[in-house]
Design a protein around this ligand. Structure first.
Ligand code: EPZ
Length: 422
């Protein structure tokens, strides 16, 4: 089993270039099923979830060619609906974008119920509500979601989401693009990757407006065409290295970013004592020896991202005083706290609230990556802990971080990946 070993006590300094955003690349890759023509996608991150998604499309009859390290050609002309491999699809959450893409193009779909990180219940009732309101008949079991729609009764409509949901906003957008008539999605999520998906679809001939606001309008079109599109930079990967600078007291220039996407992260780091300077496509974060306590409430964009919660909580373990972290998106996203407590942290969790008594020294030990972002938080903890931290289950980290060991090493971390017999 592969592990990451970190020896703490090294300040991180230097420059790191951010890869394309996993959570934008995944819906755009699955959207190629809706487009049904050759698309060239650039700035694609080299992460496990992308590789798995490309394999799923290949298994459905897509022609997928990697042009270079970050560019892939995807032609879904001959893809058939309902043919995704269930054992692959249920490994990740993003495969559920096949539902909207297949329904939109073929007016039928059958996809295994999605997997993904374990944060408690992750229902898809809002996705199904949107599909049904467009005219689909949905049958869902614990294994599959199956949909059919009569071509003549699949029609644009007004959909008001009961909660703000990234996945349902994008999935229903996919389903509505080729529907007759106009669709208005209200109470839509506003994440930058939703804007990226809308921009990609519009380069293919869709007519989507309002993405990035809570009201998205989609005018149905007859057909889409292939296009070339570059994925936006990964704001969560960027935020992760920003927190690492703050935690180790170093200065890191994070390049290939859109500073606007990082505003809530930059603000929280400044609140906890770091210096953050913004440039056109970069930010420079300088950590200070004295880290101030701060309170965090995660919330859909433009709020503080839930995907930055474990990383920020780790930083607050180093702050002087008591910090409060409340998780506004998921039922259970504090499973990593037990791992931090093994390292000496003092954190009490009550439901969606964690109370962090900062200022206690962290010491290296064996820890587990319990999910993707929790795993990278273990790396940050290892960077500042005394001694050696060994992280297992690192395939979860590699689901969403491109060359995470190489990038941290280039910043001065004493970090390596080792393979040990299972
Ligand atoms: C996406 O998950 C991301 N995953 C998550 O990132 C991210 O945490 C999340 O958005 C929020 O930003 C991908 O993009 C692959 P949601 P998703 O639809 O689509 C409730 C990472 O680390 N909900 O906003 O699942 C339910 O509790 C991952 O990269 C319903 O109740 O986000 C769900 O868990 C982790 N009914 C929560 O909202 C619904 O129909 C967030 O869902 C839909 C959602």
């Amino acid at each position: 089993m592969d592990k990451i070993i970190v020896n703490g006590g090294h300040q991180l300094n230097g420059t790191v270039e951010i890869s394309g955003m996993k959570n934008a690349a995944l819906p755009i890759i699955y959207a190629c099923v809706l487009v049904g023509a050759k698309c060239t996608i650039e700035n694609v991150p080299n992460v496990r979830d992308v590789a798995l998604s490309l394999d799923i499309l290949r298994g459905m009859g897509a022609i997928v060619n990697k042009i270079n390290d970050t560019t892939v050609e995807i032609d879904c002309t001959d893809v058939k609906p309902g043919t995704s491999e269930p054992e692959l699809a249920k490994k990740i959450r993003a495969s559920y974008y096949l539902m909207g893409a297949e329904l939109g193009r073929f007016k039928k779909s059958k996809v295994a119920f999605p997997g993904g990180c374990d944060f408690g219940g992750r229902p898809i009732d809002q996705h199904i509500k949107g599909f049904e309101m467009l005219g689909a008949t949905v049958t869902s079991t614990c294994d599959y979601v199956e949909m059919t729609a009569d071509e003549h009764e699949f029609y644009g409509t007004n959909i008001f989401f009961d909660i703000v949901t990234v996945g349902a906003t994008m999935n229903v957008m996919l389903a509505a693009v080729l529907a007759k008539g106009n669709t208005i999605i209200e109470n839509a999520a506003r994440e930058p990757h939703i804007v990226d998906l809308a921009n990609f679809l519009n380069t293919c001939g869709a007519r989507i407006s309002g993405a990035g606001t809570d009201v998205i309008k989609i005018k149905g079109v007859e057909k889409l065409r292939g296009s070339t599109y570059a994925i936006i930079p990964d704001m969560i990967e960027a935020g992760t290295y920003m927190v690492a600078a703050a935690a180790t007291g170093g200065t890191i220039k994070v390049t290939n970013v859109i500073p606007k996407h990082l505003e809530s992260i930059s603000a929280k780091l400044e609140e906890s004592g770091s210096i953050v300077e913004e440039f056109g496509d970069a930010v420079i974060v300088t950590g200070r020896s004295k880290i101030r306590k701060a309170n965090v409430k995660t919330h859909p964009y433009p709020g503080f991202p839930t995907d930055m919660q474990p990383q920020m909580a780790t930083l607050l373990c180093l702050a002087s005083g008591v910090s409060y972290v409340s998780e506004g998106v998921y039922e259970k996203r504090f499973r990593y706290v037990d791992e931090l407590k093994k390292m000496g942290a003092s954190i009490k969790v009550d439901g969606r609230m964690a109370v962090i008594e900062g200022g206690l020294p962290l010491h290296g030990t064996d820890v587990v990556a319990v999910d993707l972002r929790a795993g990278v938080a273990m790396i940050i903890a290892g960077l500042v802990a005394e001694g050696t931290t060994t992280i297992s289950n690192i395939h979860l980290i590699e689901r969403g971080y491109d060359d995470v060991v190489g990038k941290f090493r280039s910043l001065g971390a004493d970090i390596k990946k080792v393979s040990e017999p299972d």
